[in-house]
Design a protein around this ligand. Structure first.
Ligand SMILES: [Fe+2]
Length: 392
């Protein structure tokens, strides 16, 4: 995903002689997923890509999870997490399992080094701030609401325009792409999809740096970080083509699917990976059946943990939840509107809510860092107003 693209100079035929102005060869690199069976791109480097001057271990990079304790609904306040560092050094994992790692980052500085996650796709949801993602596939400017999708193997760095950026990130050891049910047999988005190719932003400007010197790249793989010092600039690609490259989809381009009666969470689905989905809750009109109830019904997501990051607006079914909070409704328990929320939704015609949801098909573990941010009374938010759930 998303579709074939090319930038810069490439030879007419792959795997043929492609020469620099001085007559020497460019160095071809095939970067592909699933052992040449998945999506791939072919890059043409000025320098031999495997040249590394120094190698240094930077230590373990896997989240350390805490004991979950008794099963209960959880909420975490991320609004006041400390600011500082660059997007990667500021990143803190809150929860995860073998399929995803979910983190927040509140950086103030641009990255001074390049980074490559070789064990996970990364999605950076830009809640606040603007900047540029620079990779060997070209540059992508980003702004609030963007989901920046970065395939494994991509070497990149992020430059911030301002010192008040805020991100929510998803790492997945599998490819992240739009739901398969929205794609035809050649991968084109279908008419009933809530977005289309025109909404996807791809690198349009290639940065070619045929420069020597010492350049740091940090590589995440085998759950460790390694520092490599190259003897050349990592962005030395004169051209590339293929299907593998970073791209952006803005949550503000998600066209909500609405109905006469309450529509279930899959209509909000934006991406999927192995054993998880990502959904976007966006401003939309409510259900228009005259007897309809816009608030969701209580539901037991029997084998799906549900994490929601609340970005903006008033999330109608959640009491005591503030902007930047994250809730975790683990499976095994029913959840839904708190007392009064159902009645309060009747007659409402629209919502301005903005939120990102990640549903995982295996339980999410939480980190010690998340425990420091916990709103410990969240489970009790369903108790006010009496057992029938009438308004308080
Ligand atoms: Fe739910």
């Amino acid at each position: 995903m998303p579709f074939y693209h090319k930038l810069g100079q490439i030879p007419h035929k792959r795997h043929t002689q492609f020469r620099k102005p001085d007559g020497n060869l460019y160095r071809e690199e095939v970067m592909g997923l699933e052992g040449f069976s998945g999506i791939q791109s072919i890059l043409y480097h000025h320098f031999l890509p495997a040249r590394v001057l120094k190698v240094e271990d930077l230590g373990p990079a896997a989240p350390q999870y805490a004991d979950f304790g008794p099963i209960r609904h959880r909420a975490f306040a991320t609004g006041d997490i400390p600011q500082g560092g660059d997007p990667l050094s500021a990143r803190r994992a809150l929860m995860g399992n073998k399929d995803v790692i979910l983190s927040v980052s509140r950086p103030t500085q641009s990255m001074e080094y390049y980074y490559r996650n070789a064990q996970a796709y990364e999605v950076w949801f830009v809640h606040e701030g603007t900047g540029v993602l620079r990779s060997q596939f070209g540059s992508l400017g980003f702004r609030p609401g963007d989901y920046i999708v970065i395939p494994f193997g991509t070497t990149w760095k992020m430059e911030l325009d301002t010192a008040d950026a805020r991100f929510f990130t998803i790492e997945s050891p599998t490819e992240i792409h739009p739901p398969k049910r929205y794609l035809n047999n050649v991968g084109q988005l279908l008419e009933h999809a809530p977005f289309c190719e025109r909404d996807i932003r791809i690198p349009e400007t290639l940065e070619f740096h045929p420069e020597t010197g010492e350049f740091e790249t940090r590589i995440k793989v085998r759950d460790r970080l390694t520092r490599h010092v190259l003897d050349h600039h990592p962005l030395d690609v004169v051209g590339w083509d293929g299907y593998l490259y970073p791209w952006i989809f803005s949550i503000h381009d998600f066209e909500p699917i609405t109905g006469r009666l309450h529509m279930p969470p899959p209509i909000h689905q934006t991406f999927e990976g192995w054993n998880f989905v990502v959904c976007s809750f966006v401003p939309r009109l409510f259900d228009y059946h005259p007897e309809g109830i816009p608030a969701p019904y209580s539901h037991s997501n029997v084998n799906s943990d549900e994490m929601i990051y609340y970005c903006d607006g008033n999330f109608m079914s959640r009491k005591g939840i503030d902007k930047y909070d994250i809730t975790l409704h683990p499976y095994g328990l029913p959840h839904g509107p708190q007392p009064g929320a159902t009645e309060g939704s009747i007659g409402k015609t629209a919502t301005e809510e903005l939120a990102v949801m990640v549903d995982t098909f295996y339980p999410l573990h939480i980190t010690n860092y998340a425990l420091e941010l916990e709103k410990t009374n969240y489970q009790n938010s369903w108790l006010s107003g009496g057992p029938e759930g009438n308004p308080a």
